[in-house]
Design a protein around this ligand. Structure first.
Ligand code: HEC
Ligand code: HEC
Length: 329
């Protein structure tokens, strides 16, 4: 019995050579499958529409800029009235692969997440009712919601559903690393390959694995050595009140990590090399040489995939009935 299953295992990996190696802890990103183009298009408009904010100035794209890896490249985001945000804005790219949303996982999925920022006084600072009022006052939006959801009533549920459907298309397949995983031996260099081997052998893959190299577990930041920060975020403990959850954060994806600086929940580190050094010391108790850090960094840069690419959505104009923005209140 035992030798039989062993044999089966050998056969499997031989077969897999042509496609994806079965025994790698990282898998390629699958391209998005769009089942409802009209819904995705509507969600795209909403993602870019600053009229969902009180100021009429801040859209989802302000803090998750799709021209910059789905992040804002700031330590912490700037919200309504130039308020300083509490935590680094994670990328929306490949966020559909996360087991839950936010650093502490407090939203179960993208749909639940999307309601948060609109009503957050420090982000878009609107009420859901007012945001819906704005959309209802715009005839083209009423038409679009009618086409997609069968009613021009427009509910928060529809709004968040459409945004989530758009976000599910924001995956980044065909990175050089994925090409290598699929069998193109020349897709990455020898140095990058050595970086990947180090990434596996020293234990980074324990937390950064799966297609997103993260996003699938909550782990303590500062496992071996405590992380020093002025940021008051407590991680999962902020939700559970449990001491054991202090400083537990959702492991961020390393896909497109070259684009999503600065790093960590407090955005304290701008250089990828430094964040690799911090990770090795704090999570694994290992001091890496500059050469090792260079190799791992080179590997991480092969994880940049094809960025979402589409025509900028043109937003329907406000009507005479649209509530006016309040940029300075
Ligand atoms: C003012 C900046 C700002 C705006 C505007 C904003 N976000 Fe965010 N977003 C953040 C920050 C900061 C976080 C992390 C918050 C946390 O984890 O506590 C976040 C988290 C997320 C996440 C979770 C990603 C992950 O890996 O956990 C998603 C998805 C997301 N935002 C989508 C949106 C959408 C959709 C909108 C528009 C409706 C939006 N955001 C508007 C700053 C912003
Ligand atoms: C025990 C789990 C664990 C291990 C092992 C681990 N990480 Fe992490 N990694 C995390 C967590 C959790 C975070 C988020 C920490 C935070 O923001 O406070 C993170 C964040 C990062 C980031 C920053 C990403 C961003 O967008 O902010 C990088 C880069 C990174 N890890 C690379 C590595 C490398 C390279 C290794 C191996 C040397 C490694 N990690 C080992 C759990 C781990």
């Amino acid at each position: 019995m035992r030798s039989l299953s062993l044999l089966a295992g050998v056969c499997l990996s031989v077969n897999a050579l042509a496609a994806v190696p079965a025994n790698e802890p990282v898998q390629p990103i699958a391209p998005a499958e769009i089942t409802s183009p009209a819904k995705v298009e509507l969600g795209k408009q909403l993602f870019f529409d600053p009229r969902l904010s009180r100021s009429g100035f801040i859209s989802c794209n302000s803090c998750h800029n799709l021209s910059m890896g789905g992040s804002d490249n700031l330590p912490t985001s700037i919200g309504h009235n130039w308020q300083e945000g509490p935590i680094n804005s994670p990328t929306v790219l490949n966020s559909s692969l996360n087991l839950a949303q936010f650093w502490d996982g407090r939203a179960a999925d993208l749909k639940e997440q999307a309601a948060g920022p609109i009503a957050n006084p420090k982000e878009m600072a609107f009420t859901h009712i007012l945001a819906i009022d704005v959309l209802r006052s715009i005839p083209q939006y009423r038409d679009a919601f009618k086409t997609v959801y069968g009613s021009e009533e427009i509910t928060l549920d529809d709004v968040t559903d459409a945004i989530a459907e758009f976000e599910k298309t924001l995956v980044t397949p065909n990175s050089r690393f994925d090409k290598w995983l699929k069998g193109d031996k020349d897709a990455i260099t020898q140095t990058e390959r050595e970086g990947y081997e180090l990434f596996k052998s020293i234990g980074c893959v324990a937390c950064h694995n799966g297609p997103a190299l993260g996003g699938n577990s909550f782990q303590k930041m500062g496992l071996v050595e405590p992380y020093q920060t002025d940021n008051p975020a407590e991680g999962v403990a902020g939700l559970t009140g449990k001491d054991a959850d202090r400083f537990k954060f959702k492991v961020p994806t390393l896909r497109n990590v070259e684009l999503t600086y600065p790093y960590f929940h407090d955005g304290a580190y701008w250089k990828l090399e430094e964040s690799v050094d911090v990770m090795a010391r704090l999570q694994l108790g290992r001091k890496l040489s500059d050469e090792e850090i260079g190799k791992i960094t080179a590997f991480l840069k092969t994880l940049t995939g094809e960025q979402p690419s589409f025509a900028l959505p043109i937003l329907p104009p406000s009507s005479n009935d649209t509530p006016r923005p309040q940029p300075f209140e």
